[in-house]
Design a protein around this ligand. Structure first.
Ligand SMILES: Nc1ncnc2c1ncn2[C@@H]1O[C@H](COP(=O)(O)OP(=O)(O)O)[C@@H](O)[C@H]1O
Ligand SMILES: [Mg+2]
Length: 312
């Protein structure tokens, strides 16, 4: 089956600035694909090129197997967009805004009624349907922005950082909603610079930086690509130098430090045994309390592959 989105060798410049540098992307039908990159890495530019809203120097974009162009209206009808900047009309109510955007795809008012009702229910804005956007909080505005993008039941939905400046509760509702859209059959391209979100909902993730793909795969696969493994934290009142040295000498230990009543051990990639560290603590008679082991994060992946942190 053809990919929902296929981007090949895309080059996009803004003047002398290279925003997409031979960029490739394949999004399979039915998946939630995450485009993860810091601010300025080219996520929005990629989305706008896919939608043929921006012209580009070279490369090819196909959506559902058909070449994308500014006039490919039959394909555009099957796409929903939730833009990074909330784009709604301030003089229209919540319901009127959703109805307006839906009318661009579904001209018959009667057919729209149910779609608009469903979209309002989907983002849980029933009690605000008569409000104008100016009266809505940031989180509610984001939800309206989403409803406007999805009311016409698109087969492919592009979400461009839909949770920026959203409170945690609304954020969870949005992420949950995106999962439901996928379960109902939609394909999702989701961009974010929040690694936790991308990890939470995406089946596959591309890490990008400077308009280029850095790495791609499931979160587990991405973490497998780096040298860093789990981080072990053990609460202990004190640890003597000899014991710390023995832990540091374990073959899988990259670094071990004792600070603020915590022993922190960073391991190398691979299957490791917390038990080896605990054995040393036992044999040296070191008392310890809480302990935890954390797998690497996508930030660790980004850090190791690019030399800088993902967070800005
Ligand atoms: N209209 C524009 N004119 C000039 N430079 C732009 C324009 N839009 C984006 N850029 C630059 O292109 C790069 C990629 O931007 P963008 O696609 O918005 O990244 P992201 O969405 O990942 O934050 C950034 O360096 C940004 O400053
Ligand atoms: Mg952006």
């Amino acid at each position: 089956m053809q990919d929902a989105i296929s981007v090949r060798n895309l080059v996009k410049r803004y003047g002398a600035m290279l925003a997409l540098d031979h960029f490739d992307l394949s999004v399979r039908r039915g998946e939630i694909f995450g485009l993860l990159g810091p601010n300025g890495s080219g996520k929005t530019t990629a989305i706008n090129c896919i939608l043929a809203l921006l012209s580009y120097e070279s490369g090819k974009v196909a959506v559902f197997g058909r070449p994308m162009s500014p006039t490919a209206y039959d394909i555009k009808r099957r796409i929903g967009v939730v833009p990074q900047n909330v784009a709604v009309f301030n003089e229209l109510t919540v319901r009127e805004n959703i109805d307006y955007f839906c009318s661009l795809y579904v001209p018959k008012r009667k057919e729209r009624k149910q779609l608009v009702d469903d979209a309002i229910a989907f983002v849980d804005l029933e009690e605000f349907s008569g409000y104008r956007p100016g009266k809505l909080s940031g989180g509610l505005l984001r939800r309206l922005n989403i409803a406007c993008g999805i009311a016409h039941r698109p087969a492919l939905i592009l979400f461009d950082e839909p949770t920026v400046a959203v409170d945690p509760q609304s954020r969870n509702a949005i992420l949950e909603g995106i999962r439901h859209l996928r379960d109902a059959g939609a394909t999702i391209l989701y961009t974010s610079h929040y690694m936790e979100e991308v990890e939470q909902i995406c089946t596959r993730i591309m890490i990008m930086d400077h308009g280029r793909q850095i790495a791609q795969g499931s979160a587990a696969r991405l973490k497998d690509m780096i040298d860093m493994g789990e981080r072990i934290t053990i609460g202990t009142l004190d640890i003597d130098e000899a014991t710390l040295s023995r832990i540091q000498a374990l073959p899988f230990v990259a670094q071990a430090d004792f600070d603020c009543k915590e022993l922190k051990v960073t391991c190398r990639h691979g299957d490791h045994n917390l038990a080896d560290v605990l054995d040393i603590l036992h044999s040296s008679g070191t008392d310890f309390g809480h302990l935890s082991s954390q797998p690497p994060t996508l930030n660790d992946v980004f850090l190791e592959l690019t030399g800088k942190a993902l967070r800005d």
